[in-house]
Ligand binder design. Structure first.
Ligand SMILES: CN(C)C(=N)NCCC[C@H](N)C(=O)O
Length: 258
């Protein structure tokens, strides 16, 4: 199976990216460019081919390509980002996925939905899709997504997000479906069937690279040790400049299925 992921190069206005829960601190754009290259190289080293969505230099947050689409099998649901500044980002993602042969659906107004609010766990028996309802994603956006995914066998469930930007700022999932999060930033840790509390905020963010390997930030060493103790292999990347903009490892790519 080809392992393929979308990525989008950071633009010159990266440092102007939106902030909701963090204070603005200077972003080193040259360092951010090198970190992005490092992130893409880490994917390549793990056997992932990357496809670049053409850059959107007028959109500071375009590097966070995860927010522009939700993939489910061969279907690409193009989002309608909750922040107006980010709405122009979706057109090039749609064109790229169309060219790759994916079926396209869209979140239409009045729905808003950011891909960072969507956490999926797909098994051969079916999939569960959790959607964070908070600042960027509204109930109409959740309903539109649920309608697109129901014919594919997915169950869509809304969960509150009030302490961080996106659902995946608070929690992500390990290959076995265990949900991990840093409890002070998770609205309802007890609401998850299998919840693993991690000791660091950036430790809540993993990208599953294969059934035994996850990608995470170097800024969560204690969580890395915890995951390695559970038998996982961890690939760590430095994404400090993106973390200053409320980004994390998940936001910088979108994994595609054949
Ligand atoms: C899971 N996360 C956090 C994301 N998918 N996206 C982060 C976007 C950050 C950007 N500055 C913004 O405010 O939109």
């Amino acid at each position: 199976m080809t392992k393929r992921a979308l990525v989008r190069r950071p633009g010159p206005r990266l440092a102007e990216g939106l902030l909701t829960h963090l204070e603005r601190v200077p972003v080193d754009v040259d360092l951010a460019r090198r970190q992005w290259e490092g992130y893409v190289a880490a994917l390549a080293a793990e056997g992932w081919e990357t496809v670049e969505v053409p850059p959107a230099d007028d959109c500071p947050d375009a590097v966070f390509v995860e927010d522009t689409v939700v993939m489910y099998g061969d279907l690409a649901v193009i989002t309608r980002p909750g922040a107006d500044e980010r709405k122009p980002e979706t057109a090039a993602t749609e064109a790229t996925l169309r060219d790759l042969g994916y079926r396209i659906a869209r979140i239409e107004a009045p729905g808003t939905l950011d891909g960072g609010d969507v956490l999926k766990h797909v098994t051969p028996e079916g999939g569960t899709v959790w959607v964070g309802l908070g600042g960027r994603t509204n109930a109409a956006g959740l309903d539109k997504l649920a309608a697109h995914l129901a014919p594919l066998g997915a169950r869509t469930v809304g969960v509150p997000v009030s302490l961080v930007l996106h659902l995946k700022s608070a929690v992500t999932a390990l290959p076995d479906g265990t949900v991990l999060g840093y409890p002070p930033l998770v609205d309802d840790p007890a609401g998850w069937p299998e919840f693993l509390a991690v000791p660091e905020e950036p430790g809540a963010h993993v990208v599953v690279l294969d059934p035994s390997t996850v990608l995470m930030s170097t800024s969560a060493p204690a969580t890395r040790a915890l995951l390695e103790d559970r038998g996982l292999r961890v690939v760590a990347v430095d994404i400090s400049e993106y973390e200053k903009l409320e980004g994390c490892v998940t936001c910088l790519s979108v994994r595609l299925r054949d």
